[in-house]
Design a protein around this ligand. Structure first.
Ligand code: NAD
Length: 475
Protein backbone atom coordinates (compact mmCIF):
# COMPACT_ATOMS: atom_id res chain seq x y z
CA UNK A 1 0.00 0.00 0.00
CA UNK A 2 1.32 3.49 -0.76
CA UNK A 3 0.84 5.22 2.57
CA UNK A 4 2.09 8.55 1.29
CA UNK A 5 -0.98 8.80 -0.92
CA UNK A 6 -3.44 7.44 1.62
CA UNK A 7 -5.85 10.02 3.00
CA UNK A 8 -5.57 10.40 6.78
CA UNK A 9 -8.53 8.88 8.60
CA UNK A 10 -8.46 11.08 11.63
CA UNK A 11 -7.26 14.50 12.58
CA UNK A 12 -6.93 14.79 16.31
CA UNK A 13 -5.83 13.00 19.46
CA UNK A 14 -9.40 12.59 20.78
CA UNK A 15 -10.58 11.17 17.46
CA UNK A 16 -7.68 8.70 17.51
CA UNK A 17 -8.62 7.52 21.00
CA UNK A 18 -12.29 7.20 20.01
CA UNK A 19 -11.40 5.27 16.88
CA UNK A 20 -9.22 2.83 18.82
CA UNK A 21 -12.02 2.43 21.37
CA UNK A 22 -14.63 1.78 18.65
CA UNK A 23 -12.45 -0.91 17.07
CA UNK A 24 -12.16 -2.79 20.37
CA UNK A 25 -15.86 -2.47 21.16
CA UNK A 26 -16.74 -4.02 17.78
CA UNK A 27 -15.02 -7.21 18.96
CA UNK A 28 -16.95 -7.28 22.23
CA UNK A 29 -20.50 -8.42 22.67
CA UNK A 30 -21.52 -5.11 24.24
CA UNK A 31 -24.93 -3.41 23.86
CA UNK A 32 -24.59 -0.17 21.90
CA UNK A 33 -26.01 2.00 24.68
CA UNK A 34 -23.45 0.66 27.16
CA UNK A 35 -20.61 1.16 24.66
CA UNK A 36 -21.71 4.76 24.08
CA UNK A 37 -22.04 5.44 27.83
CA UNK A 38 -18.50 4.24 28.42
CA UNK A 39 -17.08 6.12 25.42
CA UNK A 40 -18.33 9.65 26.17
CA UNK A 41 -16.64 12.12 28.49
CA UNK A 42 -18.90 12.88 31.49
CA UNK A 43 -17.88 16.51 31.99
CA UNK A 44 -15.22 19.08 31.22
CA UNK A 45 -14.84 22.11 33.42
CA UNK A 46 -13.18 25.12 31.82
CA UNK A 47 -11.91 27.86 34.08
CA UNK A 48 -10.38 31.24 33.47
CA UNK A 49 -8.74 33.08 36.36
CA UNK A 50 -6.37 35.98 36.87
CA UNK A 51 -3.33 36.29 39.09
CA UNK A 52 -1.55 39.57 39.91
CA UNK A 53 2.07 39.10 38.85
CA UNK A 54 4.83 41.52 37.84
CA UNK A 55 2.54 44.48 38.64
CA UNK A 56 -0.48 43.46 36.54
CA UNK A 57 -3.20 40.86 36.22
CA UNK A 58 -2.36 37.84 34.06
CA UNK A 59 -5.18 35.62 32.87
CA UNK A 60 -4.90 31.82 32.64
CA UNK A 61 -7.19 29.19 31.19
CA UNK A 62 -7.37 25.63 32.52
CA UNK A 63 -9.43 22.47 32.24
CA UNK A 64 -10.38 19.45 34.31
CA UNK A 65 -12.16 16.67 32.49
CA UNK A 66 -13.92 13.77 34.17
CA UNK A 67 -14.30 11.00 31.64
CA UNK A 68 -15.80 8.34 33.86
CA UNK A 69 -17.10 8.07 37.42
CA UNK A 70 -17.89 4.36 37.33
CA UNK A 71 -15.38 4.25 40.18
CA UNK A 72 -14.44 7.17 42.39
CA UNK A 73 -12.28 9.09 42.91
CA UNK A 74 -11.53 9.90 39.29
CA UNK A 75 -7.77 9.98 38.72
CA UNK A 76 -5.46 11.68 36.28
CA UNK A 77 -2.60 14.10 35.93
CA UNK A 78 -2.47 17.86 35.46
CA UNK A 79 -0.41 19.10 32.55
CA UNK A 80 1.22 22.53 32.17
CA UNK A 81 1.83 23.39 28.53
CA UNK A 82 0.95 26.11 26.06
CA UNK A 83 -0.50 23.39 23.82
CA UNK A 84 -3.15 22.27 26.33
CA UNK A 85 -6.66 22.29 24.84
CA UNK A 86 -10.07 20.77 25.59
CA UNK A 87 -9.78 17.90 23.09
CA UNK A 88 -6.38 16.92 24.43
CA UNK A 89 -7.57 16.94 28.04
CA UNK A 90 -10.64 14.86 27.12
CA UNK A 91 -8.55 12.35 25.18
CA UNK A 92 -6.13 12.01 28.10
CA UNK A 93 -9.04 11.61 30.56
CA UNK A 94 -10.47 8.80 28.43
CA UNK A 95 -7.09 7.06 28.35
CA UNK A 96 -7.01 7.31 32.17
CA UNK A 97 -10.37 5.52 32.45
CA UNK A 98 -9.17 2.60 30.33
CA UNK A 99 -5.68 2.56 31.88
CA UNK A 100 -7.05 2.38 35.43
CA UNK A 101 -9.34 -0.51 34.45
CA UNK A 102 -6.51 -2.36 32.68
CA UNK A 103 -4.17 -2.24 35.70
CA UNK A 104 -6.99 -2.65 38.22
CA UNK A 105 -6.61 0.61 40.10
CA UNK A 106 -10.06 1.42 41.52
CA UNK A 107 -10.51 4.81 39.87
CA UNK A 108 -12.47 6.57 37.16
CA UNK A 109 -10.57 8.60 34.56
CA UNK A 110 -9.84 12.30 34.70
CA UNK A 111 -7.23 14.75 33.39
CA UNK A 112 -6.45 18.43 33.73
CA UNK A 113 -4.37 21.03 32.05
CA UNK A 114 -3.35 24.65 32.31
CA UNK A 115 -2.37 26.68 29.26
CA UNK A 116 0.96 27.99 30.42
CA UNK A 117 4.65 27.88 29.57
CA UNK A 118 6.03 26.90 32.98
CA UNK A 119 9.54 28.00 31.97
CA UNK A 120 8.31 31.58 31.53
CA UNK A 121 7.61 32.05 35.26
CA UNK A 122 9.74 32.17 38.41
CA UNK A 123 9.04 29.46 41.05
CA UNK A 124 7.26 31.91 43.41
CA UNK A 125 5.04 33.04 40.51
CA UNK A 126 4.29 29.45 39.51
CA UNK A 127 3.34 28.73 43.11
CA UNK A 128 0.80 31.58 43.09
CA UNK A 129 -0.66 30.40 39.76
CA UNK A 130 -0.77 26.74 40.87
CA UNK A 131 -2.42 27.54 44.19
CA UNK A 132 -5.06 29.65 42.44
CA UNK A 133 -5.74 26.88 39.88
CA UNK A 134 -5.97 24.34 42.73
CA UNK A 135 -8.41 26.61 44.58
CA UNK A 136 -10.63 26.89 41.48
CA UNK A 137 -10.66 23.09 41.06
CA UNK A 138 -11.02 22.23 44.77
CA UNK A 139 -14.03 24.48 45.31
CA UNK A 140 -15.86 22.39 42.69
CA UNK A 141 -14.61 19.05 44.14
CA UNK A 142 -12.32 18.60 41.15
CA UNK A 143 -9.56 18.17 43.72
CA UNK A 144 -10.89 15.99 46.51
CA UNK A 145 -9.60 12.74 48.11
CA UNK A 146 -12.85 10.88 47.44
CA UNK A 147 -13.94 12.59 44.19
CA UNK A 148 -11.02 13.63 42.05
CA UNK A 149 -7.31 13.11 42.66
CA UNK A 150 -4.78 14.79 40.31
CA UNK A 151 -1.15 13.76 39.81
CA UNK A 152 1.83 15.14 37.88
CA UNK A 153 2.01 15.09 34.11
CA UNK A 154 4.00 16.95 31.48
CA UNK A 155 5.31 20.24 32.92
CA UNK A 156 4.36 19.44 36.53
CA UNK A 157 6.07 17.42 39.25
CA UNK A 158 6.13 16.87 42.99
CA UNK A 159 6.62 20.57 43.73
CA UNK A 160 3.33 21.50 42.05
CA UNK A 161 1.57 18.56 43.74
CA UNK A 162 2.80 19.75 47.16
CA UNK A 163 1.42 23.25 46.48
CA UNK A 164 -1.93 21.81 45.40
CA UNK A 165 -2.16 19.50 48.42
CA UNK A 166 -1.36 22.37 50.75
CA UNK A 167 -3.97 24.61 49.12
CA UNK A 168 -6.61 21.87 49.53
CA UNK A 169 -5.59 21.35 53.18
CA UNK A 170 -5.98 25.08 53.90
CA UNK A 171 -9.47 25.03 52.38
CA UNK A 172 -10.40 21.84 54.29
CA UNK A 173 -8.57 21.94 57.62
CA UNK A 174 -10.79 19.29 59.23
CA UNK A 175 -10.45 16.72 56.44
CA UNK A 176 -8.20 14.05 57.98
CA UNK A 177 -7.63 12.55 54.51
CA UNK A 178 -6.60 15.87 52.96
CA UNK A 179 -3.20 14.53 51.89
CA UNK A 180 -4.92 12.01 49.61
CA UNK A 181 -6.29 14.88 47.47
CA UNK A 182 -3.37 14.62 45.03
CA UNK A 183 -0.62 12.06 44.40
CA UNK A 184 2.96 12.44 43.24
CA UNK A 185 3.77 14.59 46.30
CA UNK A 186 7.28 14.76 47.79
CA UNK A 187 7.94 12.15 50.52
CA UNK A 188 7.94 14.78 53.25
CA UNK A 189 4.51 16.03 52.16
CA UNK A 190 2.74 12.67 52.19
CA UNK A 191 4.28 11.11 49.08
CA UNK A 192 5.42 7.56 48.64
CA UNK A 193 8.86 6.11 47.91
CA UNK A 194 9.25 5.32 44.23
CA UNK A 195 6.50 7.60 42.82
CA UNK A 196 8.81 9.94 40.90
CA UNK A 197 10.46 7.05 39.06
CA UNK A 198 7.23 5.03 38.78
CA UNK A 199 6.21 5.62 35.18
CA UNK A 200 9.71 5.01 33.82
CA UNK A 201 10.08 2.01 36.13
CA UNK A 202 6.75 0.71 34.79
CA UNK A 203 8.08 1.02 31.22
CA UNK A 204 11.07 -1.10 32.28
CA UNK A 205 8.82 -3.73 33.92
CA UNK A 206 6.55 -3.74 30.85
CA UNK A 207 9.52 -4.49 28.58
CA UNK A 208 10.86 -7.13 30.97
CA UNK A 209 7.48 -8.86 30.87
CA UNK A 210 7.33 -8.62 27.07
CA UNK A 211 10.73 -10.34 26.84
CA UNK A 212 9.46 -13.17 29.07
CA UNK A 213 7.26 -14.26 26.13
CA UNK A 214 9.54 -15.58 23.36
CA UNK A 215 6.61 -15.87 20.90
CA UNK A 216 5.83 -12.16 21.27
CA UNK A 217 9.52 -11.27 20.97
CA UNK A 218 9.83 -13.36 17.79
CA UNK A 219 6.65 -11.82 16.35
CA UNK A 220 8.35 -8.43 16.69
CA UNK A 221 11.34 -9.77 14.74
CA UNK A 222 13.57 -9.77 17.81
CA UNK A 223 15.19 -12.47 19.90
CA UNK A 224 16.81 -12.95 23.28
CA UNK A 225 16.50 -10.56 26.18
CA UNK A 226 16.74 -6.83 26.76
CA UNK A 227 20.50 -7.19 27.15
CA UNK A 228 22.27 -5.46 24.26
CA UNK A 229 19.10 -4.14 22.63
CA UNK A 230 19.47 -0.72 21.04
CA UNK A 231 16.99 1.91 22.22
CA UNK A 232 15.97 5.39 21.06
CA UNK A 233 14.09 7.56 23.58
CA UNK A 234 12.11 10.68 22.72
CA UNK A 235 11.84 13.09 25.67
CA UNK A 236 14.33 12.95 28.52
CA UNK A 237 11.83 14.25 31.09
CA UNK A 238 10.47 12.33 34.04
CA UNK A 239 9.25 9.27 32.14
CA UNK A 240 11.91 9.07 29.41
CA UNK A 241 14.84 9.71 31.74
CA UNK A 242 13.84 7.04 34.27
CA UNK A 243 13.00 4.47 31.58
CA UNK A 244 16.33 5.05 29.79
CA UNK A 245 18.28 5.04 33.05
CA UNK A 246 16.84 1.75 34.34
CA UNK A 247 16.98 -0.04 30.98
CA UNK A 248 20.63 0.89 30.45
CA UNK A 249 21.86 0.53 34.03
CA UNK A 250 19.95 -2.61 35.02
CA UNK A 251 18.98 -4.53 31.86
CA UNK A 252 22.01 -3.97 29.65
CA UNK A 253 20.08 -2.07 26.95
CA UNK A 254 22.03 0.51 24.93
CA UNK A 255 20.55 4.00 24.56
CA UNK A 256 21.73 4.81 21.03
CA UNK A 257 19.60 7.92 20.50
CA UNK A 258 17.83 10.64 22.51
CA UNK A 259 15.38 13.04 20.90
CA UNK A 260 14.55 16.32 22.61
CA UNK A 261 12.74 19.53 21.64
CA UNK A 262 15.93 21.09 20.25
CA UNK A 263 17.21 18.13 18.22
CA UNK A 264 18.50 14.60 18.63
CA UNK A 265 21.80 12.96 19.58
CA UNK A 266 23.05 9.55 18.48
CA UNK A 267 25.84 7.22 19.44
CA UNK A 268 25.76 3.58 18.27
CA UNK A 269 28.09 2.71 21.17
CA UNK A 270 25.53 3.97 23.68
CA UNK A 271 24.85 7.30 25.42
CA UNK A 272 25.41 7.70 29.15
CA UNK A 273 21.94 8.74 30.34
CA UNK A 274 23.11 10.29 33.64
CA UNK A 275 25.72 12.43 31.86
CA UNK A 276 23.22 13.64 29.27
CA UNK A 277 20.55 14.39 31.87
CA UNK A 278 23.06 16.33 34.02
CA UNK A 279 24.13 18.25 30.89
CA UNK A 280 20.52 19.23 30.10
CA UNK A 281 19.61 20.03 33.73
CA UNK A 282 22.59 22.40 33.92
CA UNK A 283 20.93 24.40 31.15
CA UNK A 284 23.28 23.53 28.29
CA UNK A 285 21.84 22.89 24.83
CA UNK A 286 21.61 19.35 23.46
CA UNK A 287 23.93 20.25 20.58
CA UNK A 288 26.78 20.95 23.08
CA UNK A 289 26.76 17.40 24.48
CA UNK A 290 30.21 15.99 23.65
CA UNK A 291 31.12 12.81 21.76
CA UNK A 292 27.84 12.19 19.93
CA UNK A 293 26.34 12.90 16.53
CA UNK A 294 23.79 15.75 16.62
CA UNK A 295 20.94 16.71 14.33
CA UNK A 296 18.75 19.77 14.73
CA UNK A 297 15.83 17.92 13.17
CA UNK A 298 14.67 15.95 16.20
CA UNK A 299 11.88 14.19 14.28
CA UNK A 300 14.58 12.30 12.36
CA UNK A 301 15.61 10.68 15.63
CA UNK A 302 12.38 8.66 15.64
CA UNK A 303 13.45 7.14 12.32
CA UNK A 304 16.87 6.05 13.58
CA UNK A 305 17.76 2.35 13.30
CA UNK A 306 17.18 0.65 16.68
CA UNK A 307 15.48 -2.37 18.29
CA UNK A 308 13.15 -0.43 20.59
CA UNK A 309 11.69 3.05 20.15
CA UNK A 310 10.37 4.75 23.28
CA UNK A 311 8.34 7.88 22.56
CA UNK A 312 8.17 9.48 26.03
CA UNK A 313 7.40 13.11 25.23
CA UNK A 314 3.92 13.91 23.98
CA UNK A 315 1.07 12.77 21.74
CA UNK A 316 0.83 12.45 17.96
CA UNK A 317 4.55 12.31 17.16
CA UNK A 318 4.24 9.21 14.95
CA UNK A 319 1.69 10.03 12.32
CA UNK A 320 0.59 9.21 8.81
CA UNK A 321 3.51 11.45 7.71
CA UNK A 322 6.41 9.51 9.24
CA UNK A 323 5.05 6.04 10.22
CA UNK A 324 6.33 4.39 7.04
CA UNK A 325 9.88 5.59 7.84
CA UNK A 326 10.04 4.22 11.41
CA UNK A 327 12.59 1.41 11.52
CA UNK A 328 12.18 0.11 15.08
CA UNK A 329 10.39 -3.27 15.11
CA UNK A 330 9.16 -2.60 18.66
CA UNK A 331 7.60 0.63 19.94
CA UNK A 332 6.65 1.08 23.56
CA UNK A 333 4.36 4.06 24.15
CA UNK A 334 5.74 5.66 27.31
CA UNK A 335 3.92 8.89 26.42
CA UNK A 336 0.15 9.08 26.07
CA UNK A 337 -1.05 8.81 22.48
CA UNK A 338 2.29 9.16 20.64
CA UNK A 339 1.03 7.05 17.71
CA UNK A 340 -2.05 8.29 15.88
CA UNK A 341 -4.74 5.84 14.75
CA UNK A 342 -3.68 5.88 11.10
CA UNK A 343 0.02 5.61 11.98
CA UNK A 344 -0.93 2.62 14.11
CA UNK A 345 -2.38 0.88 11.04
CA UNK A 346 0.65 1.64 8.91
CA UNK A 347 3.01 0.30 11.55
CA UNK A 348 0.95 -2.86 12.09
CA UNK A 349 0.89 -3.52 8.39
CA UNK A 350 4.68 -3.20 8.34
CA UNK A 351 4.95 -5.82 11.12
CA UNK A 352 5.85 -3.47 13.94
CA UNK A 353 4.78 -4.43 17.47
CA UNK A 354 3.36 -1.61 19.59
CA UNK A 355 3.12 -1.94 23.36
CA UNK A 356 0.26 0.51 23.97
CA UNK A 357 0.17 3.55 26.26
CA UNK A 358 -2.78 2.20 28.28
CA UNK A 359 -0.41 -0.44 29.58
CA UNK A 360 3.09 0.93 29.02
CA UNK A 361 2.82 4.11 31.09
CA UNK A 362 0.44 2.78 33.75
CA UNK A 363 3.25 2.66 36.33
CA UNK A 364 2.48 6.23 37.34
CA UNK A 365 -1.16 5.68 38.21
CA UNK A 366 -0.37 2.33 39.83
CA UNK A 367 2.05 3.89 42.30
CA UNK A 368 -0.32 6.85 42.70
CA UNK A 369 -2.88 4.30 43.85
CA UNK A 370 -0.40 3.04 46.45
CA UNK A 371 0.24 6.64 47.57
CA UNK A 372 -3.49 7.37 47.88
CA UNK A 373 -3.99 4.13 49.85
CA UNK A 374 -1.06 5.10 52.11
CA UNK A 375 -2.56 8.56 52.68
CA UNK A 376 -6.00 7.29 53.66
CA UNK A 377 -4.56 4.51 55.84
CA UNK A 378 -2.14 6.98 57.49
CA UNK A 379 0.70 4.47 57.72
CA UNK A 380 3.84 3.83 55.72
CA UNK A 381 3.94 0.51 53.84
CA UNK A 382 6.23 -2.03 55.52
CA UNK A 383 6.21 -0.28 58.89
CA UNK A 384 4.45 -3.12 60.72
CA UNK A 385 6.13 -6.17 59.22
CA UNK A 386 9.67 -5.26 58.15
CA UNK A 387 11.58 -6.07 61.36
CA UNK A 388 9.46 -9.15 62.02
CA UNK A 389 10.33 -10.46 58.53
CA UNK A 390 14.01 -9.79 59.20
CA UNK A 391 13.92 -11.65 62.54
CA UNK A 392 12.25 -14.64 60.88
CA UNK A 393 14.82 -14.71 58.05
CA UNK A 394 17.70 -14.45 60.54
CA UNK A 395 16.39 -17.42 62.55
CA UNK A 396 16.04 -19.43 59.33
CA UNK A 397 19.58 -18.50 58.20
CA UNK A 398 21.07 -19.47 61.56
CA UNK A 399 19.53 -22.93 61.26
CA UNK A 400 20.61 -23.25 57.63
CA UNK A 401 24.22 -22.34 58.46
CA UNK A 402 24.44 -25.18 60.99
CA UNK A 403 23.51 -27.59 58.16
CA UNK A 404 25.75 -26.25 55.37
CA UNK A 405 29.52 -26.90 55.71
CA UNK A 406 30.43 -23.65 53.84
CA UNK A 407 27.66 -21.55 55.31
CA UNK A 408 25.31 -19.38 53.17
CA UNK A 409 26.66 -17.22 50.34
CA UNK A 410 27.18 -13.66 51.66
CA UNK A 411 25.11 -11.94 48.95
CA UNK A 412 22.16 -14.32 49.42
CA UNK A 413 22.46 -13.78 53.17
CA UNK A 414 22.29 -10.01 52.74
CA UNK A 415 19.21 -10.38 50.53
CA UNK A 416 17.42 -12.69 52.96
CA UNK A 417 18.31 -10.65 56.03
CA UNK A 418 16.75 -7.47 54.63
CA UNK A 419 12.99 -7.04 55.23
CA UNK A 420 10.99 -5.12 52.64
CA UNK A 421 10.68 -1.37 53.19
CA UNK A 422 8.28 0.94 51.37
CA UNK A 423 10.38 1.25 48.20
CA UNK A 424 10.79 -2.53 47.84
CA UNK A 425 7.06 -3.06 48.38
CA UNK A 426 6.13 -0.35 45.89
CA UNK A 427 8.41 -1.86 43.25
CA UNK A 428 7.08 -5.33 43.96
CA UNK A 429 3.45 -4.13 43.67
CA UNK A 430 4.25 -2.30 40.45
CA UNK A 431 6.05 -5.27 38.93
CA UNK A 432 3.15 -7.55 39.83
CA UNK A 433 0.66 -5.10 38.30
CA UNK A 434 2.57 -4.79 35.03
CA UNK A 435 3.00 -8.56 34.68
CA UNK A 436 -0.70 -9.23 35.37
CA UNK A 437 -1.89 -6.55 32.94
CA UNK A 438 0.38 -7.82 30.15
CA UNK A 439 -0.87 -11.37 30.62
CA UNK A 440 -4.50 -10.14 30.59
CA UNK A 441 -3.93 -8.32 27.26
CA UNK A 442 -2.08 -11.26 25.80
CA UNK A 443 -4.77 -13.76 26.70
CA UNK A 444 -7.52 -11.65 25.15
CA UNK A 445 -5.45 -11.19 22.01
CA UNK A 446 -4.88 -14.92 21.68
CA UNK A 447 -8.52 -15.76 22.40
CA UNK A 448 -9.85 -13.41 19.68
CA UNK A 449 -8.71 -14.30 16.17
CA UNK A 450 -9.86 -10.86 14.94
CA UNK A 451 -7.98 -8.91 17.58
CA UNK A 452 -5.14 -7.30 15.57
CA UNK A 453 -2.83 -6.04 18.30
CA UNK A 454 -2.09 -5.48 21.95
CA UNK A 455 -3.75 -2.06 21.90
CA UNK A 456 -7.11 -3.46 20.85
CA UNK A 457 -6.68 -6.21 23.44
CA UNK A 458 -5.90 -3.62 26.14
CA UNK A 459 -9.09 -1.69 25.32
CA UNK A 460 -11.07 -4.94 25.29
CA UNK A 461 -9.85 -5.93 28.77
CA UNK A 462 -10.55 -2.44 30.11
CA UNK A 463 -13.98 -1.98 28.54
CA UNK A 464 -15.15 -5.38 29.73
CA UNK A 465 -14.15 -4.55 33.29
CA UNK A 466 -15.82 -1.13 33.20
CA UNK A 467 -19.02 -2.62 31.74
CA UNK A 468 -19.12 -5.24 34.48
CA UNK A 469 -18.88 -2.51 37.17
CA UNK A 470 -21.64 -0.53 35.43
CA UNK A 471 -23.85 -3.61 35.50
CA UNK A 472 -24.40 -2.92 39.19
CA UNK A 473 -25.49 0.70 38.68
CA UNK A 474 -28.88 2.26 38.37
CA UNK A 475 -28.19 4.66 35.53
P1 NAD B 1 8.09 15.95 31.34
O1 NAD B 1 7.61 17.33 31.17
O2 NAD B 1 8.82 15.58 32.59
O3 NAD B 1 9.06 15.52 30.13
C1 NAD B 1 8.71 15.65 28.78
C2 NAD B 1 10.02 15.72 28.00
O4 NAD B 1 9.73 15.64 26.61
C3 NAD B 1 10.78 17.01 28.24
O5 NAD B 1 12.15 16.71 28.39
C4 NAD B 1 10.52 17.82 26.95
O6 NAD B 1 11.55 18.70 26.65
C5 NAD B 1 10.38 16.72 25.93
N1 NAD B 1 9.54 17.06 24.78
C6 NAD B 1 8.34 17.68 24.79
N2 NAD B 1 7.86 17.79 23.53
C7 NAD B 1 8.80 17.23 22.72
C8 NAD B 1 8.89 17.02 21.33
N3 NAD B 1 7.93 17.43 20.51
N4 NAD B 1 9.98 16.40 20.86
C9 NAD B 1 10.96 15.97 21.68
N5 NAD B 1 10.92 16.13 23.02
C10 NAD B 1 9.86 16.76 23.53
O7 NAD B 1 6.82 15.02 31.11
P2 NAD B 1 6.60 13.53 31.60
O8 NAD B 1 5.92 13.58 32.91
O9 NAD B 1 7.85 12.78 31.42
O10 NAD B 1 5.49 13.05 30.54
C11 NAD B 1 5.84 12.60 29.24
C12 NAD B 1 4.67 11.80 28.67
O11 NAD B 1 4.38 10.70 29.55
C13 NAD B 1 3.36 12.56 28.50
O12 NAD B 1 2.68 12.05 27.38
C14 NAD B 1 2.59 12.21 29.76
O13 NAD B 1 1.19 12.33 29.59
C15 NAD B 1 3.00 10.74 29.91
N6 NAD B 1 2.84 10.22 31.27
C16 NAD B 1 3.48 10.78 32.33
C17 NAD B 1 3.31 10.23 33.60
C18 NAD B 1 4.05 10.75 34.81
O14 NAD B 1 3.98 10.10 35.87
N7 NAD B 1 4.77 11.87 34.72
C19 NAD B 1 2.46 9.13 33.78
C20 NAD B 1 1.83 8.56 32.67
C21 NAD B 1 2.03 9.12 31.42
Amino acid sequence: MNFQNKKPLTTGFLQSVNLMYDRAVKLLDLPEDVAETIRVCNSTYEVQFSVRLRGKLHSFKGYRSVHSEHMEPAKGGIRYSIEVNKDEVEALAALMTFKCALVETPFGGSKGGLIIDPTAWEPHELEKITRRFAYELAKRDLINPSQNVPAPDMGTGEREMAWMADEYRRMNPTDMNARACVTGKPLNAGGIAGRTEATGRGVQYALQEFFRHPDDVAAAGLSGTLDGKSVVVQGLGNVGYHAAKFLSEEDGAKIVGVVERDGAVFDPKGINVEDLKAHLVSGQPLCAFPGVEFTENGALGLEYECDILIPAACESVITYGNAHRIKAPLIIEAANGPVTAEANDILLERGCTIIPDLFANAGGVTVSYFEWAKNISHIRFGRMQRRQEEARSRAFLEQLETLLPNGVDASIKRQLECGAGELELVRSGLDDTMRAAYVAMREVRQAHPNCPDLRTAAYMVAVRRIASVMDHFTL
